[in-house]
Design a protein around this ligand. Sequence first.
Ligand SMILES: Nc1ncnc2c1ncn2[C@@H]1O[C@H](COP(=O)(O)OP(=O)(O)OP(=O)(O)O)[C@@H](O)[C@H]1O
Ligand SMILES: [Mg+2]
Length: 281
Amino acid sequence: MLSRKIGIDLGTSTMRIFVKGEGVVINERSPIEFERDSPRTLHHLIGMASGRPRLFKPDVIVSVPSAVTSGERRRVTEAAISAGARQVWLIDEPLAAAMGAGLPIGELRASAICEIGAATTEIAVIAHSGTVIERSIRVGGYAIDRAIASRLLISEGDAEEVKIAVGSAMPMDQPLVMHLGSVEISSNQIVEAIEEPIHRIAAAIRDVLEETPADLADDIRDRGIVLSGGGAQLRGLDRYISMRAGIPAKVAEEPQTSVVRGTGMALENFEVLKRNQSYLR
Ligand SMILES: Nc1ncnc2c1ncn2[C@@H]1O[C@H](COP(=O)(O)OP(=O)(O)OP(=O)(O)O)[C@@H](O)[C@H]1O
Ligand SMILES: [Mg+2]
């Protein structure tokens, strides 16, 4: 292997890098107010992942939210090239997530993925190595934190802690309880607080199913949808989505790294690369 193969996921809350043969080598908080297409960010990441000696420029693939504009796609690409990439591909986040989650994306039968990040949730129906329908909504972990913060009158940082410690999408028979200062917070308070944002995720999945051609929608009803991204780890979210969207739902293994592992897999998948934009230096 002459050139290193590097996959990059520039998440709103966390940036991750996958290097072929090494796995996920960088998993660090994104700078506040970071810009996805900032040359500095990509210089920093590609520099760290390139290794030494740098005899050959690396091949780089970067995941981008499906909603980013063509201008932003071009700037990400240019930033990666100026940061030393030999060849750059961009891949839509949901497709990368589906690959990382192990979905059989090459089949003619359809698979479905719901990637719940910090800022956005992206839902896609995928068949024959390509995306058939996709939808992105600006609801993710941050929106869930904001709903908890405004209900309990606490900061968003505390709200995230509460969400991870005791949060639940479904009422629990034996709710978890935690203390924040002198206040006691139980899982079932969170269930009520977050109903609005998680309902929007389920509704978006239903909308996608309605737009999906009938035979592919049947595949999805049959196979269900895989939940991925950090937000997928919310307790009971799989059962909530199953109930509200009316299809089976299950959480991917290691959901927070599906996208970046998927970018690495895409670099090895000719069918997928062929369908994606590529830029040669
Ligand atoms: N156990 C958990 N339960 C619920 N939410 C969680 C849990 N662990 C992490 N999260 C949430 O997951 C979100 C981060 O997920 P992820 O790393 O996939 O986002 P990102 O890739 O940085 O963002 P985006 O894809 O929107 O740009 C945060 O909002 C975090 O609070
Ligand atoms: Mg993400």
